[in-house]
Design a protein around this ligand. Sequence first.
Ligand SMILES: C[S@@+](CC[C@H](N)C(=O)[O-])C[C@H]1O[C@@H](n2cnc3c(N)ncnc32)[C@H](O)[C@@H]1O
Length: 305
Amino acid sequence: MSSSLLSGLSKQEIQAKIDRVPWYHEYDFPGGFRAKSSTPDTADHRALWGFLHEQLDKVDFKGKRVLEIGSWDGYWSFEAEKRGAARVLSTDDLSQNWSAGEGIQIARELLGSKIEVRQDVSVYSLKETLASEGPFDIIIYLGVYYHLFDPYYAFTQIRHLCGPDTIVLIDGPEGPALPEGTACLNFANHAIEFLPSKGALEQLVEAAYLTIEHRAEFNTDKNQPADTDPVGRKWRLKQAALALFGSREKIRQHAKQIEPYTFFARRVFFHAKGFQGASRLHAYKPPFGLECYDDRFNGQTPITP
Ligand SMILES: C[S@@+](CC[C@H](N)C(=O)[O-])C[C@H]1O[C@@H](n2cnc3c(N)ncnc32)[C@H](O)[C@@H]1O
């Protein structure tokens, strides 16, 4: 942890330093200092953060050893500390966001916090980087999986940090209107590079030998079509008329009207816990060292179909 960033500065200079940081979250610090979020859609984020606060209210942090993955400016790590955690290790891979990483250090100082900060930890190398740091009672993994090129590998790395009683707190979007069991990849969309359906997300988690508990849903997307079922009577009648009398192009254009609904993202929060046993999703030895959780493959015995 770096030494003081703020000592010797006047109140005005401290606020000016805070103002130069591109914050993701917003903070009201002691002493009347304030950090404003630089996200373009702060109101939507605020609503989501309110939802996440409610979910964390149901978790007992007292005396717990907590790891956060992808913590940005540390908001949820500070929350864990505020809620009584005995140890908080707040990690991020600085190369994966638009901050310069100073916010968390300033916040730590202003809050008089004792959280440990590491900004060189990729979710893809958790096992190698943090295995000797554990065990952790709670792992916070909020708002990360949908930005990843390989969300499954990331879940397997998280599994390797779980002891028998570790709880992983996960949040991110899922696409309720995507065909069940499918997922959508769009690496050019930096708001959501990976959007799984509910079933696809469940499979990704389960295939990493994690079980889902305590699921809660929240909508933050202001672009959600007002009509929850866009394929209503009016739309169907028009589509039928076009089928009889319209051109292929007109049918295609009309069908496009329901595309926003297909890619609508609903936010979900859940707990996951590691399990040990036969996974229905792996007929053969699982990848990435996961065989140690599955008694069928511990001794490398091939299974009989
Ligand atoms: C949308 S922000 C969420 C920040 C915070 N977890 C929250 O929920 O408020 C996404 C975070 O994921 C982190 N991230 C993205 N790819 C990562 C990776 N490969 N390893 C670790 N963190 C990653 C980013 O650096 C960023 O902090």
